[in-house]
Design a binder for this molecule. Structure first.
Ligand code: DX5
Ligand code: ZN
Length: 217
């Protein structure tokens, strides 16, 4: 599986967001991870469609939109229109996950299903055929800069084994607490798409991106 880095703009300086996205892009970021938080499904509120629309012209890289939003099916069209290339919804936030994934696919976008740390892998059992990427939360969602939850490693390993057994080459994305220590461990466990917020946007962005990409080789 190709190893991809997805900097999370939640950790960026929004007063110069376009510039910082360009820096991450030019330094080698593969995706731009966009954390939408609604204050209901998660405690924080981050940003929404207007911000995504305004930065869409800054980069051609894939917009990996992570909806930490209750009943996200209400907004799929809006996020498609403002520039999402991939939409990840939380299994815990969808009353009708199968239908929601079908709707995202119908719009020609990539689909993702996110699982919170306490949600078992069996939540994926009947939607794997509609899922391009599985996001394993390695922190409880809602904030950047949290500590990595160690039990996620076993979950990632088990998921990769199950996908390999079924012959599926589904991406496993991990999100939360990624840094020079945790990143090699999740790669070894079988993840291949790495979300990093603080580890990219705190300090020298280009240098941070290059250092993380080096670790992913
Ligand atoms: C948390 C978000 C993560 C977060 C990652 O709810 O989904 O993407 O921004 O931030 P770091 O990499 O700083 O843990
Ligand atoms: Zn995220």
């Amino acid at each position: 599986m190709e190893r991809l880095l997805a900097p999370s703009i939640l950790a960026a300086d929004f007063s110069v967001l376009g510039e910082q996205i360009r820096q991450a892009d030019e330094a080698g970021a593969d995706y731009i991870h966009i954390d939408v938080m609604d204050g209901m499904f998660v405690p924080s509120i981050s940003f929404g469609m207007p911000l995504i629309a305004s930065v869409r012209r800054e980069t051609k890289k894939l917009f990996d939109v992570h909806l930490m939003v209750q009943d996200p099916e209400r907004y799929l069209d809006d996020f498609a229109k403002c520039g999402a290339d991939s939409i990840t919804v939380h299994a815990e936030a969808c009353r009708h996950l199968d239908r929601t994934l079908h709707q995202i696919k119908e719009m020609g976008l990539r689909t993702g299903v996110a699982l919170n740390p306490a949600t078992p892998l069996c939540a994926l059992d009947y939607v794997l055929d509609k899922t391009d990427m599985i996001l394993i939360m390695t922190v409880n969602p809602g904030f950047g800069g949290q500590a990595f939850i160690e039990s996620s490693l076993d979950k990632i390993r088990t998921l990769r084994e199950r996908l390999d057994c079924s012959g599926r080459r589904t991406d496993i994305e991990v999100d939360g607490g990624m840094n020079a220590d945790t990143l090699p461990r999740v790669l070894k466990a079988g993840a291949n798409v790495i979300v990093a917020g603080s580890a990219v946007f705190r300090g020298d962005i280009a240098k941070n991106v290059r250092a993380l990409k080096e670790l992913m080789k």
